[in-house]
Structure formats: C-alpha cells, structure tokens
Design a protein around this ligand. Structure first.
Ligand code: SAM
Ligand code: FES
Length: 361
C-alpha cells in the first residue's frame, strides 16, 4: 500500500468558493503555480513519468465535432482501420520494449466495434496475461458494451467531456449532449473502470470561468486520469480560422489540476508538444506525470490528424522512446515502465481523503 499522504492540499484550495478560487488563480504567476504543482506531484508520484503506448487503431467516426480533424464531414481525411493482426503485432512489440499499458483509441459510434473489440481484448489478454493494463478511448457506448469490454479485459477508459459548458458543448458537437457524455462516465465507473476524462483548453467561446469549471468538474468526477491539451484549429474544419491560446494557459491549467487532483494521472499531451516545441516538458514541470508515445504503425499515423502540425508523425514510436527519455530528464524526471495506477487505487476507501462535497460554484 502506498504510504504517501494522498490528499495534499497545503493551500486549502478546496475550501475556497468559486469566486475566491478564481481570484486566487488570477493573482498567481505561472511560475508560482508551477512550483506549487511540482511540490504536490513530487509528494504523490515522485519523479516518475509513466509510459502508455498509444495505438490509434481507427480514424473512422460518425460524429461531426466542429473542432476535430477526423470528423465525418472532413472528406479529405483518408480513413483507415488497423486489422486485429496489426494491433496484436503492435502490442507484442510494445511488450518487448517493456510497455505495461496500452491505450486503444479511435473515432466514435462504430456499429461493428462492440463485438470486434470484445474479441480483440480476449486475444490481447491471452498474450499479455494480467500484468498489463488496457485503456480504451472509443467514445460513448451503451453501458452493456462497456460491461462486455471490461469482462473481456479492458481496465481503464478515457472519455473527455471536452467542455463543462452545456451550450458550448452542444454548439461544438452537433447531435451530442454533455449530459450523455457525463452519463457514460458514470456508467464506466459503475462498471469498475479506472475512469479518465478531460477537456481542451481554449475552445472558441470558452471563458476563464468555463476553464475553471472544467477543472472543478474533473475533481467532482474524482477522475483517476485527466487528459487536457490546447485546442488547435484544424484547417479542414469549420473552426479553421480560430486561434489557439498561448501554451501558458494549458500550463497554468495543468498546475491547477495537479493542485486540485493530487491523485490523478495527468499526461503531458502531444497537442501541447504540437503547439510549442517544449510543450510536453512544460506540462511535466507543471505536475503532469504520464507520457503516451504514439506506437501506431508509422504509415497510418499521418491519417489520425485531429489537429495540424502533430509531432512525431515520421518517427517510429519506438524511436521516440530515447527522445522522450531525454525530454523527461530535462525536467528532472525519469521514465517508468510500471503499470502506473492512480494512487486513488491504492487506498481502499476514497472517502478517507476525498471530501465528497464539491467546491461551491
Ligand atoms: N472518439 C474518442 C472519444 O470521443 O473520446 C476519442 C477521442 S478524439 C479522437 C481524442 C481527443 O482529441 C478528443 O477527445 C479531443 O479532446 C481531442 N481533439 C480533437 N480535436 C482537437 C483539436 N482540434 N485540437 C486539440 N485537441 C483535439
Ligand atoms: Fe469523432 Fe473527433 S469527431 S473523434
């Protein structure tokens, strides 16, 4: 059992009202926020950075989110789906490099996916045994599908809520609702998954208050993993003419997440590295503790373009490993091949340290 004190809240931020928290945030410099988050991250995860092998197995999608490069209306996107053999081979190779966690990500609402994924997970489990964690990130499905996937061997699920603002969500994701996405997160938790969610920073129409509410929603949901990254306008989407916020905004929000969710696994995302050459290092320095090298076969990587200028597309994911070790070392951290559960898992009773009462809005 982990002996670290899991709920480290030296600033008593969780006792502040929404307005007081906003005032506190706006009056802190980025350097101050980063330094506080670093202390909390060191208390919880030391200097470890957990690796997850990301396999983007299909860019087919029936959704039409305005921000997303693989939305169904983007006819320029060249569609692909990896075969079971390609996925199995990629996982086997990952195992030989020491990976203990794989993330299988795709577009959403693929009618044939439920059965295929269950079959694939049984096959994957057969070759990995119980030591390895599988994370799925395939969108919203009925609860029974999540149950089947869990039975077949999935452990974790990533489903970003994208924005905590209902009307902004409805505008950006036609035909979808925030409440359905939040229901899916509840379903996943009820089915026993380690649940991850998150949001984009700087979506068009997002205010500073929405951004803070995004962070607070992550806390209220008691997420074990939080994925955030800057919104980056894709040229073949309706949001092509929008501008991203400077990387600093993502860094400040990363630091605040670490302060309010000390237990969470927080990846330093590719989107941050695509906006700024040191974006991932800056996120790691601000409390992120996970990296997800993209181990999708190189010839397919180019077609999973959620946003432009995505980094590491020409490199083989395996080549990325040495580059990542150097980047991680540059911020005084060290790559770890452990399975890397959230420390939330290490305590039998979450209420031991998590005050259920949400921060009042
Ligand atoms: N279909 C799965 C789902 O709905 O959860 C996988 C999601 S999508 C392929 C992965 C994430 O990329 C999204 O949840 C979104 O936050 C992010 N994303 C999409 N378009 C983006 C953009 N233009 N800039 C930055 N991030 C983007
Ligand atoms: Fe489907 Fe982006 S619109 S994954």
């Amino acid at each position: 059992m982990c002996t670290t004190k899991p709920f480290f809240d030296p600033l008593h931020l969780t006792e502040l009202s929404f307005d007081a928290l906003m005032e506190w945030l706006l009056s802190r410099s980025t350097t101050e926020l980063v330094s506080l988050a670093q202390q909390v991250c060191a208390e919880t995860y030391g200097n470890k950075v957990f690796l997850r092998g990301l396999i983007e197995f299909s860019n087919e999608c029936l959704c039409d989110c305005l921000y997303c490069g693989i939305r169904k209306s983007n006819h320029k996107a060249q569609r692909y789906t990896l075969s079971d053999e390609e996925i199995l081979e990629t996982v086997k190779k990952g195992l030989s490099f020491g990976f203990k966690t794989f993330v299988l990500q795709s577009g959403e609402y693929r009618i044939e996916l439920p059965e295929r994924m269950a079959r694939l997970l049984y096959q994957l489990r057969h070759i990995t045994g119980e030591d390895v964690a599988f994370t799925l990130s395939c969108g919203v499905y009925p609860r029974e599908v999540y149950r089947e996937w869990k039975k077949a061997g999935a452990n974790r699920y990533l489903l970003r809520f994208e924005t905590s603002d209902e009307s902004l969500f409805a505008r950006l994701c036609p035909g979808k609702t925030l409440s359905k996405r939040l229901q899916a997160l509840d379903d996943l938790k009820a089915e026993g998954y380690a649940v991850g969610s998150g949001f984009m920073v700087g979506l068009p129409g997002e205010t500073v208050a929405i951004r803070l509410r995004n962070v607070l929603l992550c806390r209220e949901l008691q997420l074990e993993m939080v994925g955030i990254g800057p919104f980056l306008p894709h040229p073949d989407t309706p949001l092509a003419s929008e501008s991203p916020l400077p990387i600093e905004e993502t860094i400040r929000i990363t630091a605040l997440l670490r302060l309010l969710l000390p237990w969470a696994n927080i990846p330093a995302t590719t989107a941050a590295g695509s906006l700024h050459p040191q974006g991932r290092e800056m996120m790691l320095a601000a409390g992120a503790n996970v990296l997800m090298p993209n181990i999708t076969p190189t010839e397919k990587k180019h077609h999973y373009l959620l946003y432009p200028n995505k980094i590491c597309l020409d490199e083989d994911g395996w080549e990325c490993l040495s580059c990542l070790s150097l980047r991680v070392a540059s911020v005084g951290k060290e790559i770890s091949f452990e399975r890397g559960e959230s420390i939330l898992r290490d305590f039998s009773s979450p209420s031991f340290y998590f005050e259920k009462k949400p921060i009042s809005h």
